[in-house]
Design a protein around this ligand. Structure first.
Ligand code: THU
Length: 137
């Protein structure tokens, strides 16, 4: 889903959006709730939460819900993503790869359930990633 926001959105405000998204997590199996909020260059905030499935591999992570929704909404210039979990857990490897594909320049804010967060980046989370440069030569 999209929620409008000003260009001047602060990291702390983006984290608050991720905490809101986290409340919508569908995680009846792991009970590990994850929320994500992507900030597009035009100020739009796109939310995602993890959505689990009784067929466990059909589960999708919060980050990929938000990132793919951003693309579906026509937002391709992505500036930042905030991720909220109970303990400040970091994004999984698949999500890092998708971040590298869709938002390689993004800042990443990793928050716990209190809204305490640290700042990192896609490049820091997934250095030397496999990318389009290997395919488009
Ligand atoms: N999960 C995410 O949403 N993002 C991650 O980066 C790590 C894991 C979700 C998937 C699953 O619903 C639950 O956390 C436990 O793995």
């Amino acid at each position: 889903m999209a929620e409008s926001a000003s260009d001047a959105l602060t990291p702390a405000q983006l984290v608050q959006h991720a905490l809101t998204a986290r409340q919508r997590a569908y995680a009846p199996y792991s009970h590990y709730l994850v929320g994500a909020a992507v900030l597009a260059a035009d100020g739009t905030v796109i939310l995602g939460c993890n959505v689990e499935n009784a067929s466990y591999p059909a589960t999708i992570c919060a980050e990929r819900v938000a990132l793919t929704a951003a693309i579906a909404q026509g937002k391709r210039n992505l500036r930042a993503i905030a991720v909220a979990t109970r303990d400040g857990g970091t994004p999984c490897g698949i999500c890092r790869q998708v971040m590298a594909e869709l938002g390689p320049e993004m800042k990443v804010y990793i928050s716990d359930e209190q809204g305490d967060f640290r700042v990192t980046s896609v490049r820091e989370l997934l250095p030397d990633s496999f990318s389009r440069s290997s395919l488009l030569t």
